[in-house]
Design a binder for this molecule. Structure first.
Ligand code: GLN
Length: 453
């Protein structure tokens, strides 16, 4: 009965694109056998997780929520999912997302919108679970899956976690292999866990991370036992509050939660100090040049020859096939990104846009480096507002892009960053606080997250 109720709720939220109960059951059987044989069990033994449909899963449709990859069943497994299976996890299914992970509301999926299980008090209006990992946040928040994978290019783990009252961490760039993850913007893409607690995130991240020779940007560093070392004792830690994040348009409830977060961290023994990240306001425009530029290059491979969809009208030539396949296979937001990306990379505009954005990226990274000379961590809001109703931002991509304003700087700098729940706003919707750490210092991020949680 509980299973059927969960299936019905999952269907209503539209969190899954395909379900794979057999995969989860087989993993559970294997764990039973290992236990009976007295073998040591992995950190994720028997845990049925949801897999964002951006990770290649052998024999199971991997669509990136696009029409162009509909029906694509890879013959290989992404390194991250393989690591999770090795640790004993099983897969409940492939989770819906914004198409090619481009979006902040989970409204750009070819397989329709995902709803959050949350509603405004006294309203029945379906709310956005955030994006692009909106299937992940929705399924975990609705207690349909205990945990799920996400990916974060410019906030796609942290913003949906904040919108749905769960935890999500993007590790240092390079911690999780990108091999077998459908590429959006390769210099920014990172996988990470989304779960109900900081501890669950710490354990799952430990299972996902690790060096992989198949990803040239993979970090060749040991994976610490984050879960085992978790501690909310923050004595001796300095936490920086960046004044530039106090920007116009941020909800009062979020500013209040930020104050509350400071108090919680102080109670845990930390010292709170002000820091400055002067180039913060240039991060978002730089991101919306760099990410589309890389996307336009990565998405050139979908041409109707190799994967999924092929549109080949009667008597058509090769060029027509490319054009027709891409016209039919990509959604509007994906096309918008490809157009922006090819524009900023084109001769004549490259220096003015792409090169300039790369310089800004270096300045944003240097801001953090300087701040981390003084403090161990940075505390900021995850988003300027709580979740919004599905459909309310359809005509307004710029306002939608603004949602990422607090998430994008840490992405440009490749830093570990986590969103943890920090109470509800007056409408009864969840709010999230963000912790950003030094490179490779996921432990401090998780520890401070535990103190806030
Ligand atoms: N919302 C941002 C975008 O649309 C970030 C997406 C992501 O992190 N994958 O680009």
């Amino acid at each position: 009965e509980a299973f059927n109720a969960a299936v019905a709720e999952a269907a209503e939220l539209n969190a899954f694109i395909v379900t794979t109960p057999g995969h989860a059951l087989a993993a559970a059987d294997e764990v039973d056998q290992a236990r009976a044989a007295g073998d040591e069990l992995g950190a994720m033994a028997g845990v049925p997780i949801g897999m964002k449909d951006l990770f290649a899963t052998r024999g199971v449709q991997t669509s990136a929520a696009s029409h162009i990859l509909e029906g694509f069943r890879p013959e290989y497994e992404s390194t991250v999912s393989q690591n999770l299976w090795k640790a004993g996890a099983g897969m409940l299914g492939k989770l819906n997302l914004d198409q090619f992970a481009m979006g902040s509301s989970n409204e750009t999926s070819h397989f329709s919108n995902v709803a959050s299980p949350w509603r405004k008090a006294g309203s029945n209006q379906p709310m956005s679970p955030g994006g692009s990992s909106g299937g992940s946040s929705s399924a975990v928040a609705a207690r349909i899956a205990p945990a799920a994978t996400g990916t974060d290019t410019g906030g796609s783990i942290r913003q949906p976690a904040a919108f749905t009252g769960i935890c999500g961490i993007k590790p240092t760039y390079g911690r999780c292999s990108r091999w077998g993850v459908v590429a959006f913007a390769s210099s920014l893409d990172q996988a990470g866990p989304m779960a109900r607690s900081v501890e669950d995130c710490a354990i799952m991240l430990g299972a996902m991370a690790g060096f992989d020779s198949k990803d040239a940007t993979s970090l060749d560093m040991p994976v610490p036992d984050w879960g085992g070392a978790l501690s909310s004792d923050l004595r001796g830690k300095k936490i920086g509050i960046p004044e530039e994040y106090r920007r116009e348009g941020t909800d009062q409830a979020i500013l209040d939660a930020w104050e509350q977060g400071k108090a919680w961290l102080k109670d845990a023994g930390a010292e709170i100090v002000d820091v400055s990240l002067p180039h913060t306001k240039y991060a978002l425009p730089a991101y919306y040049i760099i990410a589309p530029a890389e996307a336009s290059s990565n998405l050139a491979r979908y041409d109707g020859v190799r994967y999924g969809l092929r549109e080949l009208p009667e008597g058509a030539g090769l060029q027509d096939m490319y054009a027709e396949t891409r016209e039919a296979g990509f959604g509007d937001e994906v096309k918008r990104r490809i157009l922006i990306g090819t524009y900023v990379l084109s001769a004549g505009f490259y220096d003015a846009y792409y090169n300039q954005a790369q310089k800004v990226r270096a300045l944003v990274a240097r801001d953090f480096e300087r701040a981390f000379g003084e403090v161990d961590l940075i505390l900021a809001p995850t988003t300027p507002t709580a979740s919004f109703p599905l459909g309310s931002m359809n005509e307004d991509p710029l306002t939608m892009y603004l949602n990422d304003v607090f998430a994008v700087p840490a992405s440009l700098a490749g830093l570990p960053a986590m969103s943890v729940p920090a109470g509800l706003n007056p409408d009864g919707l969840p709010l999230g606080l963000q912790l950003v750490g030094k490179p490779f210092d996921e432990q401090s991020v998780l520890d401070a997250g535990l103190a806030i949680e």
